[in-house]
Design a protein around this ligand. Structure first.
Ligand code: DQA
Length: 150
């Protein structure tokens, strides 16, 4: 059976392409999702991409992942720095969770240096632009393969 990965894009990421391209690049979210799907196809991973601007909607989607997915890749966007609710939802999961940021949040304003998730996720990828999503998929694929061997 194929492994299933949920990719969650947080607030304002639906505006990628138009939004601060010098920080976030010029690709649209649809283009990023197409790249994610293509990479998952190569690795025989099933993927679902989801975007919301609403904290509670993201919390509900993470809760669903408990039953429906084998790993989560999440860019919580601005909620990274504020959301105890998203942190608590991630704590409900016993599957790999990768936190990803397009920009290197540690090179930016001090309020972005703090992630509410960094100590409850499997790992974090930041600063590699859209290539970070490919890295995150490779990371979960690696974990799946290690799990299959053990
Ligand atoms: C971001 C970084 C966050 O600080 C910011 O609020 C975002 C995007 C990133 O991908 O670099 O919306 O998560």
């Amino acid at each position: 059976m194929k492994e299933k990965v949920l990719v969650i894009h947080g607030p304002n990421l639906n505006m990628l392409g138009k939004r601060e391209p010098e920080k976030y690049g010029t690709s649209t979210l649809d283009e990023i999702n197409a790249d994610i799907e293509a990479h998952c196809r190569k690795l025989d991973i099933e993927v679902q991409a989801f975007q919301s601007n609403h904290e509670g909607t993201i919390v509900e989607k993470i809760q669903q992942a408990r039953d429906d997915f084998d790993a989560v890749i999440i860019n919580p966007a601005a909620y990274t720095h504020t959301s105890v609710a998203i942190r608590d939802a991630v704590l409900l999961l016993d599957i790999p969770v990768i936190e990803i940021h397009l920009s290197n949040i540690y090179k930016r304003e001090p309020f972005r240096h703090k992630s509410m998730l960094c100590d409850v996720v499997t790992g974090q990828i930041a600063g590699f632009g859209i290539y970070g999503y490919v890295m995150a998929i490779d990371a979960v694929d690696n974990i799946f393969k290690a799990q299959a061997r053990s």
